[in-house]
Design a protein around this ligand. Structure first.
Ligand SMILES: Nc1nc2c(ncn2[C@@H]2O[C@H](COP(=O)(O)OP(=O)(O)OP(=O)(O)O)[C@@H](O)[C@H]2O)c(=O)[nH]1
Ligand SMILES: [K+]
Ligand SMILES: [Mg+2]
Length: 492
């Protein structure tokens, strides 16, 4: 009987049927045989530029540009004079690196030329490479695409690499690096392994259900495995928005009654004059947004019109837009003038914006609120006089900068809560594509639970596992690959 179960496990491990194409055929259409080359460092004048090639003619190209020298030792930098093979004209004295496949980034033979970064040198070498038979310029993302096709990276790692190249803040870099390290891929493979086991149990029952010596309770065991997986997937999906926020930026909206100092704070946080500041209430009318790095998190910071009623039509429209933006906020910075807490506009703001948020439990609302009392420099030394009861708040002076450090620390905590802390906890789902496949997997698991027919139950498990395989690109369709590789620039 045990042998039976093992062959079933092996059969079940053979992967998804038709949900998406297997890697072999689903891999990007490689014009096999072509050797590609591109400038891999940034464009423009720079100290050193890196040009690389990948493909079978890499070694030939290296030899012909460094004629009459032999190939240098693998993976060791060597100094070589590069010349144009057509004219013999010297182009640059450069460091060259030879990476014979499969121990290279793409898995193919690769060469790196570290040349002086002047535009004339770079274009001379690119032209020289273009003249070598079998070489052609690379397309966007083609190096990474080849690395993927040769199994050097899985799809979530490719996405991690794309994010790493585009990461602008510390937290984004940490998240991308974790994804590039394959953490999400490992997790998906372990989930897929659980499903393979459950599937083996169900198939054993289908084939040997009548046998007396079938291990007792195989179906129950499959149920237990599926239930545990549902819990794990559910927890991950609840986290889903956080990884995406970290990738694309959290919405932080500054709001408050007119003249509280909202625009002053936005200018302070973004370190540039985004908004007009003036003593006249109702200065800001449109929503003004600016991307900033707040304590290592990427943020889209919005300044909004002061909330009040009974003004002209233009300001009314500004107030309407402010409310609209407030609804989309991940973190709300609610600002009041500390020296003006008893005024009708302050009280009205406390009643309509701050109090409703305070009465909601964190599970009811995904939004977080930080209450800031600005203009602390105007307060007497003993602090604000008698006024309305206030929830926890921070004192700030945009004029002197006092309290700014504490505000940044409070924002860091809130952003870590809405974006997730990329240095701890389980890997976050950074893209809608990840969410789609996890949801698909969960759906299939619910079909599994509902099906009375064992063959249908087994099929549901296969569909569920297929979604996990698609997530890491095990059976990626070309359309998905195209979308992902489009994010890359030429030379990556
Ligand atoms: N004393 C003092 N004045 C401040 C402080 N912050 C802002 N101000 C002043 O308060 C006035 C209003 O500042 P804004 O930043 O324009 O206020 P706002 O909330 O954007 O105003 P509206 O856009 O009109 O709603 C300006 O004259 C600022 O110079 C502060 O911390 N202390
Ligand atoms: K103002
Ligand atoms: Mg303003």
């Amino acid at each position: 009987m045990w042998r039976g179960l093992w062959t079933l496990a092996a059969r079940a491990a053979r992967g998804p049927r038709r949900l998406c194409r297997r890697q072999g055929s689903g891999a990007p259409a490689l014009s096999s045989g072509a050797t590609i080359f591109a400038l891999s460092s940034g464009q423009g004048r720079c100290g050193i530029a890196v040009i690389r090639t990948s493909g079978p003619a890499s070694g030939y190209a290296l030899r012909i540009l460094t004629a009459p020298r032999d190939l240098p030792a693998a993976r060791k930098a060597s100094l070589r004079l590069l010349s144009d093979p057509r004219s013999g004209e010297p182009l640059d004295r450069a460091l060259v690196l030879w990476f014979p496949g499969p121990r290279s980034f793409t898995g193919e033979d690769c060469v790196e030329f570290h040349v002086h970064g002047g535009p004339a040198v770079v274009s001379g070498i690119l032209q020289a490479l273009g003249s070598v038979p079998g070489l052609r310029p690379a397309e966007a993302g083609e190096f990474t695409r080849r690395a993927f096709a040769h199994g050097k990276l899985n799809l979530t790692e490719v996405e991690g690499l794309a994010d790493l190249i585009h990461a602008e803040t510390e937290a984004q870099r940490r998240q991308a690096l974790r994804q590039l390290d394959g953490e999400l891929g490992h997790l998906c493979r372990s989930w897929a392994g659980t499903l393979t086991k459950a599937l083996a149990h169900v198939e054993a029952y289908i084939d040997f259900g009548e046998d007396d010596d079938l291990e007792e309770g195989v179906l129950e065991q499959a149920d237990v495995e599926v239930r545990a997986l549902e819990v794990a997937l559910g927890a991950h999906l609840r986290d889903a928005r956080r990884g995406q926020r970290l990738r694309s930026g959290a919405h932080v909206v500054v709001t408050g009654p007119p003249n509280a100092g909202k625009s002053s704070l936005v200018n302070l946080l973004s370190r540039k004059p985004v908004s007009i500041v003036s003593p006249e209430p109702g200065t800001t009318r449109d929503v003004l947004e600016t991307p900033v790095d707040l304590a290592g998190f990427p943020v889209l910071l919005s300044d909004t019109a002061g909330l009040r009623e009974g003004t002209g039509p233009v300001e009314q429209e500004g107030v309407r837009r402010a409310w609209e933006r407030l609804e989309q906020a991940d973190v709300i910075v609610a600002m009041l003038d500390a020296s003006d807490l008893a005024s009708p506009s302050s009280r009205n703001f406390l009643d309509t914006v701050v109090a409703p948020m305070g009465s909601q439990s964190p599970s009811e609302s995904n939004q977080r609120l930080v209450l800031v009392l600005n203009k602390s420099d105007l307060l007497p030394p003993e602090g604000p006089g008698p006024g309305p009861d206030l929830p926890p708040n921070l004192l700030l002076s945009c004029l002197t900068g006092e309290g700014l450090h504490d505000l940044l620390e409070a924002l860091r905590k809130e952003l870590a809560a809405v974006c997730g802390d990329p240095s701890t906890g389980s890997p976050l789902l950074t893209r809608a594509r990840h969410q789609h496949h996890l949801k698909g997997c969960l759906d299939a698991l619910s079909h599994y639970k509902q099906s009375k027919d064992l063959a249908l139950a087994a099929e549901a498990l296969r569909v569920a596992r297929g979604h996990l395989t698609c997530l890491t690109g095990g059976g990626g369709t070309e359309e998905i690959l195209d979308i992902i590789f489009r994010d890359f620039c030429v030379g990556k």
